[in-house]
Design a protein around this ligand. Structure first.
Ligand SMILES: Nc1nc2c(c(=O)[nH]1)N[C@H]1C(S)=C(S)[C@@H](COP(=O)(O)OP(=O)(O)OC[C@H]3O[C@@H](n4cnc5c(=O)[nH]c(N)nc54)[C@H](O)[C@@H]3O)O[C@H]1N2
Ligand SMILES: Nc1nc2c(c(=O)[nH]1)N[C@H]1C(S)=C(S)[C@@H](COP(=O)(O)OP(=O)(O)OC[C@H]3O[C@@H](n4cnc5c(=O)[nH]c(N)nc54)[C@H](O)[C@@H]3O)O[C@H]1N2
Ligand code: SF4
Ligand SMILES: [Mo]
Length: 692
């Protein structure tokens, strides 16, 4: 055992005899409250806490299997050092001291030359504020490492929302139960936002109309009254055309627009250029579908939009989010608790990022690397413009080899023999296979953490339920020990996890309530924008964004066609989207047998007509390809796909896919209009039977 291991990380805190209160760590809007049943130091079962209103005692299928994942026979339980070539997964166990001493020495050598050659790579494998960016951020700040621009998920939509409403703010999720019209826009709630779906169903039982806007006939679309199965990347055209109809039929709230919005004359002029005939053609919808939706939106109140990330993973994703975010102000939907829009609630939390991450430890400016272009950036040589080559990568809470776009290049970059790669993980993921060192990390059952949410407005505390399994250590503990070895003696590196939990939130959050109850609600008004009060510079909903105009960008939302729009290539005649599979969480859980059995194998959904033209039958092994690469999987001939669009459900581990490929072989590193985000769903492909 390491001489520095802190006692606190070893000591489980048991409540309620044997039921420990926790929080689901996953990247999911629901942030459920967990109850873990522990007997004799072993977690028997993980359940939803019935006392927490959002969770209501129910977990999704995935996290109901959290104990299975925690005690998985293939979990990494000791530090491993690579002995074979990169990517082959050949490792031997080493002691913690040997691993950390060597890693620290190598980082020190690199840092002496230029610390910017070192890059952290992390995302939301855990959403916890403590096991995410606390000690880790302090460590990289103090080291002067390159900074990571964390764009891989939500930054296009986040920027679009911020430029319109002022921040990631919106309706309180519980009020969707009172809505009369719910538009589920770019989200498969049944699979990815189960606890919102529960509220939508309650509204449906009370007579609400549910409309789904999605290129795929998803499990959610199946259960809505109407489904607008538009072409990928055409949402802004649809939103502008809805505005056109609201204007010409005068379904507007003139008073709300006059008092609480900016840029109406300009937006009105733009919207009038979008008669339904024009949008219908671009979106692949009928004129009547657009009219009907506008009619519902203009006449049913309260009307609510559950906007999500499906629409923002294309070239114009930021503008599309902006266009949709303008709609509630036009009909005055914000006046009602059950009206308005929710994309992300994360901007409502008083997170003390600076106290957690300590950017003041950084002694000078350093470059920023976009996580979504890691493929290209790992292959870039040193230059005046780029700075030093990336020589070391420390990965935690993420599996970039599987999830980052254009994986051919990502694999090539991670394959560099001269790159020092350290991966903190639970499992031998595709990324861990490319590591020099794999360090065993604790799971949520084994460490303290504290959580904000992006789908509700409660804070949750996670207590450890069991001692670390095997030799696992928390991310915080690993970075504390690296800091010590590098001689970082600032007192903040000695903060223990409970202290970090206390640091994470400012007033009005009461930590004692959290300790006692496990969760605490933020005080959020029921209809926060009933009388304007948006957190924009003007305090109004900004149809026209002066801030964007000042950056030389278009101030009004617009429709930007996909970079790879359907019909723009004669070789690649299908648009591919790759939304998550219901029983995985991004690439997490792919190795949990019971869940993988539910998803069976990597699939491409293809419409019968497109399949027939290509001689593809249900179950045919296919090669999906474009200039970036080839993905091998099974075809599922299905009307979930519309003609012209195929769906490669994600995100399989490459090594569990046919010929070691997954869907990101095909996706591009091109970035969105706003927010520097990836364009996973802006991707043309061709499909053929794989006879090789
Ligand atoms: N079960 C499960 N839950 C998850 C995840 C998971 O992997 N599995 N991932 C989590 C993460 S990281 C995130 S960011 C959230 C994402 O949450 P959401 O953004 O709600 O993601 P999805 O539920 O996949 O819904 C995206 C939907 O958008 C559709 N779509 C694709 N392109 C377009 C388009 O151009 N326009 C429109 N209107 N729709 C489009 C897709 O077909 C898909 O049904 O979910 C989280 N929850
Ligand atoms: N084609 C395509 N690609 C996509 C998407 C898509 O829709 N289509 N979605 C994108 C989106 S929205 C996202 S958010 C990204 C997600 O990409 P990632 O953030 O990389 O998410 P995961 O694949 O779930 O990988 C998280 C890893 O963190 C590990 N982990 C969990 N908890 C801990 C911990 O406490 N400590 C340590 N050290 N490790 C931990 C897990 O074991 C897991 O391997 O993928 C993106 N990629
Ligand atoms: S993944 Fe989402 S729905 Fe499942 S338990 Fe976690 S927070 Fe709840
Ligand atoms: Mo995400």
């Amino acid at each position: 055992m390491d001489r520095h291991l802190s006692k606190q990380s070893m000591k489980p805190a048991i409540l309620d005899n044997d039921r420990v209160r926790g929080a689901c760590p996953h990247d999911c809007p629901d942030t459920c409250a967990l109850l873990t049943t522990v007997r004799q130091g072993r977690a028997l079962q993980v359940q939803g806490n019935p006392e927490h209103a959002q969770t209501a005692g129910v977990l999704c299928t995935k996290v109901s299997r959290y104990a299975e994942r925690t005690y998985h026979p293939q979990r990494v339980l000791q530090p491993l050092k690579r002995i074979g070539p990169k990517g082959k997964g050949q490792f031997v166990p080493v002691s913690w001291d040997a691993a950390l001493d060597d890693i620290a020495a190598r980082l020190q050598t690199l840092a002496a030359r230029d610390p910017q050659a070192i890059l952290p790579y992390s995302y939301a494998g855990t959403m916890g504020l403590v096991q995410g960016e606390s000690i880790a951020a302090r460590f990289f700040n103090r080291l002067g490492a390159s900074q990571l621009d964390r764009t891989i998920c939500a930054s296009a939509g986040g920027e679009g929302l911020t430029q319109t409403l002022g921040a990631k703010v919106g309706m309180k999720v519980e009020h969707f139960a009172q809505s009369r019209l719910i538009i589920i826009w770019g989200s498969n709630s049944v699979g990815s936002n189960l606890h919102f779906w529960r509220l939508a169903q309650q509204a449906k039982r009370d007579g609400a109309k549910l409309v789904c806007i999605d290129p795929r006939r998803s499990e959610t679309a199946d259960k809505c009254h109407a489904h607008l199965q538009l072409l990928p990347g055409t949402d802004a055209a649809l939103a502008l055309s809805l505005m056109h109809q609201l204007i010409v039929h005068d379904w507007l709230d003139h008073d709300y627009i006059a008092k609480y919005t900016v840029g109406w004359p300009e937006l009105r002029a733009r919207a009038l250029q979008w008669p339904p005939e024009r949008a219908a053609q671009i979106c692949g919808l009928s004129v009547n579908q657009i009219f009907e939706l506008a009619h519902d939106y203009g006449t049913l109140a309260p009307a609510a939009i559950r906007l999500n990330y499906g629409m923002q993973r294309v070239r114009g994703g930021g503008n599309a989010t902006r266009a949709v975010a303008c709609l509630p102000a036009l009909v005055g939907a914000w006046r009602h608790p059950g009206g308005g829009l929710l994309m992300s609630s994360s901007g409502q939390f008083p997170v003390q990022h600076a106290a957690l991450q300590r950017p003041d430890l950084r002694r000078g400016p350093s470059r920023v690397i976009n996580m979504s272009t890691i493929g290209d950036d790992l292959l870039r040589p040193a230059s005046a413009e780029f700075g030093p080559r990336i020589d070391a990568l420390i990965v935690y809470n993420s599996n970039p080899v599987a999830v980052a776009p254009e994986s051919g290049k990502v694999v090539q970059g991670f394959g560099r023999e001269d790159l020092l790669t350290v991966v903190l993980e639970h499992f031998m993921t595709d990324t861990a296979d490319h590591a020099d060192y794999v360090l065993p990390a604790t799971t949520q059952l084994e460490h303290w953490d504290i959580h904000a949410s992006y789908g509700h407005t409660d804070v949750l505390l996670n207590r450890p339920a069991i001692a670390p399994v095997g030799q696992a250590r928390s991310n915080t503990e690993i970075f504390r020990q690296l800091a010590r070895r590098l001689g970082f003696d600032e007192p903040c590196f000695a903060d223990d996890d409970l202290k970090l939990c206390r640091t994470a939130f400012g007033p009005p959050l009461d930590f004692e309530t959290l300790l006692h109850q496990g969760f605490a609600s933020l005080p959020v008004p029921d209809a926060p924008f009933a009388q304007g009060g948006f957190p924009t510079p003007s305090g109004k909903c900004e149809f026209f964004s002066q801030r964007l105009a000042d950056q030389g960008l278009e101030g009004l939302p617009d429709h930007l066609p996909n970079a790879e729009s359907l019909g723009s290539s004669t070789r690649y005649r299908l648009a591919m989207i790759s939304p998550p599979a219901r029983n995985f969480l991004n690439s997490t859980f792919v190795n949990v047998t019971s869940l993988r059995d539910l998803e069976s194998e990597p699939l491409l959904e293809i419409h019968p007509q497109d399949a027939r033209e290509r001689g593809i039958g249900d179950g045919t092994t296919v090669r999906v390809h474009n200039d970036r690469g080839s993905y091998h999987c099974k075809a599922q001939v299905s009307e979930r796909a519309r003609p012209g669009v195929v769906i490669g459900l994600g995100i399989w581990w490459r090594k569990m896919g046919l010929r070691g490929t997954n869907v990101n072989e095909l996706t591009s590193q091109r970035l969105t209009d706003l927010g520097r985000a990836p364009t996973f769903y802006d991707c043309l492909v061709e499909v053929e039977a794989d006879n090789a």
